[in-house]
Design a protein around this ligand. Structure first.
Ligand SMILES: [Zn+2]
Length: 174
């Protein structure tokens, strides 16, 4: 199934749909094609023909409430761009770990929620082992980027499982 990026009328990315749904939206006149698929395929209906879309845009603006992102392991890894925040090493989803800035044991003792946006960061196994159960200042570790601060994102993160179409890149922030 070919995936199609759906943009709001304002060109903000909204979601991803399968090509069948995208074609139904096109035929219904709800969207226009912004970027055709690079394979050059064409969709024909009784009255019209369109390039098979890769990016479509809603003709009418949809007001999307800006919900805060729900915490998840994958979303923290996406926020930190799959990079260890302590040594700057590039990680893979398989090698990345989640480090708790305030260790989980400390959180339990002090009755603080551990799995929150501001308390979790992406880390490699080596830095995770160095930090262990200690607080950041006790561990001797520092954030690789001194301006880094674990933050709650304003909008949700998309976790893209595979290589995305090159024509999507200009519409998605990396
Ligand atoms: Zn590291």
């Amino acid at each position: 199934m070919v995936q199609v990026l759906v943009l709001n009328a304002s060109y903000e990315p909204l979601h991803i749909v399968g090509h069948r749904r995208a074609i139904a939206l096109l035929l219904g006149g709800k969207v226009e094609v912004v970027e055709p698929a690079r394979n050059g395929r064409v969709v024909r209906s009784a009255r019209a023909q369109f390039p098979l879309p890769s990016v479509i845009r809603l003709r009418r603006y949809v007001n999307v409430p800006q919900r805060g992102a729900v915490w998840s392991r994958q979303a923290v890894l996406a926020r930190d761009r799959l990079t260890c925040v302590y040594c700057g090493k590039q990680l893979t989803p398989a090698t990345a770990t989640i480090d708790h800035v305030l260790p989980q044991r400390y959180c339990r003792v002090h009755n603080i929620p551990a799995n929150t946006w501001t308390n979790t960061v992406a880390a490699c196994a080596a830095c995770q082992a160095r930090k262990c159960d200690r607080l950041l200042h006790e561990s001797g570790l520092k954030f690789h980027d001194p301006t880094f601060e674990p933050r709650r994102p304003r909008t949700r993160y998309w976790v893209l499982s595979s290589e995305i179409a090159p024509e999507w890149r200009q519409y998605i922030e990396f």
